[in-house]
Ligand binder design. Structure first.
Ligand code: SAM
Length: 299
């Protein structure tokens, strides 16, 4: 393709710029009808399609009777394939980037290719469309005016705890992607760290078994402990409310560590028990917190 479209306009470019265009094509997250006319047109006209999952993309393209060279571009070959794609773009080819599902660059390797293309002065054009996080947000019933998309939280280790604790002070709706086998554990950890807030589990959106469950974190955990989660999930959690009464769970995000320890002591824990709990919940060094509190107590 020789610059069939100027970025964003869909008309021929006449600026003599020889480099190609990288088109970020949003594709269905389930229902094949969720694809825009513009994405179909670009997929027909580009020189090459770079796909996270070539088999899935081939199925999508043949559903729309589109026949194009497809090369794979995924997490494990992104360095090598990224170089190849940048060379093709530099030669003037039009490349459509397509992820497994949804919008490329959201929790998939597209982000890196975009950065590299921009560094080389290559035009990047977004073709908006489905994204699991937005579909889940608008159907959740939780406030959509302000939200934090936190992607996938690591399955274990300190980083998991750090990322979960980092969500506690967020006032907007929190959106996570989660694998079904980790869902119950994550609901449990979220309830412990954020408190038993209102939440929503949106499953298999736009597919045959679409299900949207709106409840509290603990009740969702109880449900999925008996009905093992299947399919793809987006998890949404209400942000912390500034007006809410401080109950020592979750809303502590509005307290300093010192105030948090005091609050737990008022609720009946000993100072050391409170330090232990606060350091775990807030992912702080117990020794540092101990020194800070006991230092304060001496003064
Ligand atoms: N780029 C994609 C987007 O824009 O939504 C997301 C890619 S990420 C690798 C895949 C995750 O998105 C899944 O693990 C799941 O959490 C979520 N997801 C994708 N499709 C979904 C669907 N139909 N229903 C619910 N969640 C979905």
């Amino acid at each position: 393709m020789r610059r069939l479209f100027a970025p964003g306009t869909g008309v021929s470019a006449v600026n003599g710029d020889k480099s190609g265009v990288l088109y970020l094509c949003a594709t269905p997250i389930g229902n094949l009808e969720d694809i825009t006319l513009r994405v179909l047109r670009v997929l027909r006209e580009v020189d090459l399609v770079a796909a996270e999952d070539t088999r899935r993309t081939r199925r999508l393209l043949s559903h729309y009777n589109i026949h194009k060279p497809i090369i794979s571009y995924h997490q494990h070959n992104r360095r090598r394939q990224g170089r190849h794609l940048l060379e093709r773009l530099a030669r003037g080819d039009g490349v459509a980037l397509v992820s497994d599902a949804g919008t490329p660059g959201i929790s998939d390797p597209g982000e890196e290719l975009v950065r590299e293309a921009l560094e080389k002065g290559i035009s990047v054009v977004p073709l908006p469309g489905p994204s699991a996080l937005l579909a889940a947000l608008v159907v959740s019933g939780l406030p959509a005016g302000r939200f934090l998309f936190a992607g996938f939280i690591p399955g274990k280790g300190k980083e998991r705890n750090r990322r979960l604790c980092g969500l506690a002070a967020e006032t907007g709706t929190i959106i996570l992607y989660e694998a079904p086998h980790r869902l119950v554990r994550t609901l449990h950890d979220l309830a412990e760290i954020l408190g038993d807030r209102r939440a929503c589990a949106a499953r298999e959106l736009t597919k045959l078994h679409e299900e949207v469950r709106r409840d509290t974190l603990n009740r969702l955990r109880e449900h999925f402990a008996t009905e093992p989660p299947r399919g793809e999930f987006v998890l949404l959690i209400e942000g912390v409310s500034k007006d809410e009464k401080l109950d020592g769970q979750g809303e502590w995000a509005l307290l300093t560590p010192r105030e948090h320890v005091d609050e737990l002591v008022r609720e009946g824990l000993t100072t050391n028990e409170a330090i232990k709990k606060v350091s775990r919940l807030r992912n702080l060094s117990r020794r540092e917190l101990y020194k800070q509190i006991h230092g304060d107590l001496k003064n």
